[in-house]
Design a protein around this ligand. Structure first.
Ligand SMILES: [Zn+2]
Length: 248
């Protein structure tokens, strides 16, 4: 690290758990963020500000006026732009040292497999079950840690599926694909603005800890937030021995 980097990351370097060695790990790391919306915005902002060297952002959507209430990567002037282009511009202003790969696509399984293979950690900031299942499958197959987040109305949740660990559950263990999981869209349901900020920031925190190999992750635990009544609880998650996705 040069002097500028030592200054930029000094508040991380001062942390005993991170230090110069940890910060260098982050600079050498690659995170894949699927979705540049409500959750992807704070997640990508914190990963970039923290100096994660390479960020791959995927989203096929364009910035709309209704997004700006909560998707803090985007600006009023960005309406109509591809979200990933708007995101890359915002991230470059915060930390020009980060390499941002912006992919304007809704990624399908084969492509996801390729992208997951290149990443050290994966953040699911998507808004639909098809993407969540495909991403989970790719992470199970490639044994990549997956940080999953979701938020609707006043309710949010975060968990980590760490497939480097033998007993980690997967997304399919938690929400089996054959049950009726209908996509509840923000367009119909509404979502409380700061909630996506909290959940996306928690996803960034879990991803950084996984990259650094410090602390205790949310693997095997689902953190549930009730933003309306200020409730926060964690429930235990177990692997489904009959899961058709992660059963080896
Ligand atoms: Zn499973």
């Amino acid at each position: 690290m040069n002097d500028q980097q030592l200054l930029r990351y000094s508040r991380h370097i001062l942390l005993q758990e991170i230090g110069i060695e940890g910060q260098e790990k982050l600079i050498g790391a690659h995170a894949l963020v699927i979705g540049a919306g409500g959750l992807g915005s704070p997640a990508a902002l914190f990963l970039a500000a923290s100096g994660v060297g390479t960020l791959t952002l995927c989203d096929n959507d364009t910035v709309d006026l209704t997004n700006l209430q909560r998707q803090i990567l985007h600006r009023t002037a960005s309406i109509g732009m591809n979200k990933v282009d708007s995101a890359r511009a915002a991230l470059a202003e915060i930390n020009p040292e980060v390499q941002v790969n912006n992919l304007k696509e809704r990624v399908e399984s084969a492509r996801l497999h390729e992208l997951v293979a290149q990443a050290d950690v994966v953040l699911d900031c998507s808004d639909n079950f098809a993407t969540r299942y495909a991403l989970n499958r790719a992470c199970v197959q490639l044994r990549k840690p997956l940080v999953s987040g979701a938020a609707i109305r006043f309710s949010g949740q975060v968990t980590v599926f760490d497939f480097r660990q033998e007993h980690s559950p997967c997304y399919h263990c938690l929400f089996p694909e054959n049950t009726e999981n209908e996509d509840t869209r923000c367009a119909e349901m509404g979502v409380f603005a700061p909630l996506v900020g909290i959940i996306g920031s928690l996803q960034a925190a879990e991803a950084l800890k996984l990259l650094l190999g410090i602390g205790t992750s949310l693997c095997g635990k689902l953190l549930i937030m009730d933003a309306l009544h200020s409730g926060l609880r964690t429930i235990k998650l177990s692997r489904d021995a009959n899961c058709t996705v992660c059963r080896s």
